[in-house]
Ligand binder design. Structure first.
Ligand code: BES
Ligand code: ZN
Ligand code: ZN
Length: 482
C-alpha cells in the first residue's frame, strides 16, 4: 500500500513556507495568479514567449530563492471544474515522484470550492502498487503534501476518500494467490474494527446449508475457502431506518470453470473481484467519515476454477431465493454468486435500495470501452441520483434498458432461468435481466457492470498504468451523502 498519508494544510503564502518544492497553477489566457506573485516576472516571461500557455497537462519548472517551483497549466478558467482540480493535484504528485521529491506543497487549484477534489487527487496521484518490488530503486514514495489555501476540512475529506479508493485498488492489484476470499474477509474484518461495524462471515458448509446454491455451485471447483461476507453499519440516529445495501462480486480469480477461458489475458481475471473492492472501499471510507446513515455491504466470494468437483454446463442450481438456474456456461459465474447476494439482501434487510457492482460481462467493453460503467435497474428516481453523483465525481455511467423483451431471454426450458441470454446479443443486459430475478419485488435496485472501468483504461494522472482503478467508491460515497 503506497500513497501519501500525511496531507496537511497551510494558510501561509507559499513564499513563507519551508517547503522547497512548490506546485502552483496557472490558467490559460489569464494573468498570473496572486499566489504566484513572487515569480511573476519569470512566469510572465514564459507566457509571453509562448513556450508555456497554461494549457491542461502542461508544466514548467522555475527556480527562485532556493525553491523549486513547478507551475501546472490549469486550462481555460471557464472550463475548470472539480475533475480538473483532481487531475492537476494528481499531476503535481506524479511530477514529485518522478523527480524523487518526497515532500511538496501544492496550491489549492481553482480555490476553496475544489478542496475535496484536490484532496482526492493528491492521494490518487501519489498511489503506487509497490508491494512486490524488492529493489529500493523501484520504490520511491511521496511522504507528505501541504495544501496551500482551500478549506482544510474538505481537503481532509477528499484525502480520506482518496485513501479508500487506494485501499480498493490494492485489493484489486494483489494477485489471485494473495487476494483470496480469505484476504477479502480479513479486509472486511479490519474495516469492522476501525468503524465499529458488525461482521458476519458464512463459510462454505454454512452458506451451502443455508441454500446459497449459486455461490456453492461456483465454489465447487476450488479448494480455496469461499466466503459470504456481510458488514453492517448502523450510523443513522434512527436505527430502524431502512439500510442502503451495496453488493460486490468477489470472484478472486475467474478461469471460466469447465467452460474455460482462452489463455490470453487470463491473468487479468485476478481483477474479477473489483466489485467487492468497490464496496469494501466504500465501507473503508464510512469507517472514517462515520456518516449518519445505515449501510449494509454484502460480498459473495470464491474462485471459479476447474477442480474435480467443479460445476458443469447443464447443472441446475437453486439460489437463496428458491429460484432454479440452468447453468449453460460456467464462465457466466458472477451472476450466480450475485444471485445469492441479492436474494440475501432482499430477504433480510428491507433495503431502501440495493446497488451491485460487478465485473460481469466482456460485452460491456464492446459497448462502452473503458470510459463508462454500464448501469441498469428498476427505479428511475434512483437512476437519476446515480447519474447526478456520476456527474459530481466524474465517474461516468451509461444506462441500458431492462425491457421485457430482454428479460424473456434468460427464461429456461428446464429451470426457472438460465445463466445465458441470446447468443452474441445484448450480453450485458442479459446479465442484468438475470440479476433482476433475485432482487425482491419493489426494492429499488441498480446494477453497475464495471468490467470496462475497474482496470485497463488509458492511464491518467490519477489512474496509474496497469492498476485497478477503485471505480465507484467516489460515486457511491457521493450518492450516500457520506
Ligand atoms: N469476469 C467475466 C467478465 C469479464 C470478461 C470481465 C472480460 C472483464 C473482462 C465474467 O465472469 C464472464 O466470464 N462473463 C462471460 C459471460 C458469457 C459466458 C455469457 C463473458 O463476458 O464472456
Ligand atoms: Zn466468468
Ligand atoms: Zn467473472
Amino acid at each position: 500500500m503506497s500513497y501519501v498519508s500525511n496531507v496537511t494544510h497551510s494558510t501561509e503564502d507559499w513564499a513563507q513556507i519551508e517547503n522547497a518544492f512548490i506546485v502552483l497553477g496557472q490558467f490559460q489566457d489569464e494573468p498570473v495568479s496572486a499566489q504566484a506573485y513572487a515569480i511573476n516576472d519569470l512566469l510572465n516571461a514564459a507566457l509571453e514567449s509562448g513556450d508555456f500557455k497554461g494549457k491542461t497537462g502542461e508544466n514548467r519548472t522555475f527556480y527562485l530563492d532556493g525553491k523549486t517551483i513547478v507551475v501546472i497549466g490549469l486550462g481555460k478558467k471557464e472550463q475548470f471544474d472539480a475533475d480538473a482540480s483532481r487531475k492537476a493535484a494528481g499531476q503535481a504528485c506524479r511530477i514529485a515522484i518522478s523527480r524523487k521529491v518526497d515532500q511538496i506543497a501544492v496550491e489549492c487549484f481553482g480555490g476553496e470550492t475544489y478542496s475535496q477534489a484536490l484532496g482526492e487527487g493528491i492521494v490518487l496521484g501519489s498511489y503506487q502498487f509497490l508491494t512486490y518490488k524488492t529493489q529500493k530503486k523501484d520504490s520511491f514514495e511521496l511522504n507528505s503534501v501541504t495544501v496551500l489555501g482551500g478549506n482544510n476540512e474538505n481537503v481532509q475529506k477528499g484525502a480520506t476518500i482518496g485513501s479508500s479508493v487506494c485501499f480498493a485498488r490494492d485489493l484489486g492489484n494483489h494477485p489471485g494467490n494473495t487476494s483470496t476470499p480469505t484476504h477479502l474477509a480479513h479486509a472486511a474484518q479490519s474495516i469492522a474494527e476501525e468503524g465499529n461495524m458488525s461482521i458476519t462471515i458464512f463459510e462454505r458448509d454454512e452458506f451451502t446449508e443455508m441454500g446459497m446454491g449459486g455461490l456453492a455451485g461456483v465454489a465447487q471447483g476450488t479448494d480455496e475457502p469461499p466466503k459470504f461476507i456481510i458488514l453492517e453499519y448502523f450510523g443513522a440516529e434512527d436505527k430502524d431506518e431502512k439500510p442502503k445495501v451495496i453488493v460486490g462480486k468477489g470472484l478472486t480469480f475467474d478461469a471460466g470453470g469447465i467452460s474455460i477461458k482462452p489463455g490470453a489475458k487470463m491473468d487479468e481475471m485476478k481483477f474479477d473481484m473489483c466489485g467487492s473492492a468497490t464496496v469494501l472501499g466504500v465501507m473503508h471510507a464510512i469507517a472514517s467519515l462515520k456518516p449518519k446513515i445505515n449501510v449494509v455491504m454484502i460480498v459473495p466470494s470464491t474462485e471459479n476454477l476447474l477442480g474435480a468437483k467443479a460445476y458443469k454446463p447443464g447443472d441446475i442450481l437453486t439460489a437463496y431465493n428458491g429460484k432454479t438456474i440452468e447453468v449453460l456456461n460456467t464462465d457466466a459465474e458472477g451472476r450466480l454468486i450475485l444471485a445469492d447476494g441479492l436474494s440475501y439482501a432482499s430477504k433480510h434487510y428491507d433495503p431502501e435500495f440495493i446497488l451491485d457492482f460487478a465485473t460481469l460481462t466482456g460485452a460491456i467493453l464492446f459497448a462502452l470501452g473503458h470510459e463508462a460503467t454500464g448501469v441498469m435497474g428498476t427505479n428511475d428516481a434512483l437512476m437519476d441520483q446515480v447519474k447526478s453523483s456520476s456527474k459530481n465525481t466524474d465517474e461516468k455511467v451509461w444506462d441500458f434498458p431492462l425491457w421485457p423483451e430482454y428479460c424473456k431471454q434468460i427464461k429456461s426450458d428446464i429451470a426457472d432461468v438460465k445463466n445465458l441470454g441470446a447468443p452474441r446479443q445484448a450480453g450485458s443486459i442479459a446479465a442484468g435481466a438475470f440479476l433482476k430475478e433475485f432482487v425482491g419485488k419493489d426494492i429499488p435496485w441498480i446494477h453497475f457492470d464495471i468490467a470496462g472501468t475497474a482496470w485497463g483504461g488509458k492511464p491518467t494522472s490519477i489512474d496509474p498504468k496497469g492498476s485497478a482503478t477503485g471505480w465507484g467508491v467516489r460515486l457511491v460515497l457521493d450518492l450516500l451523502n457520506a
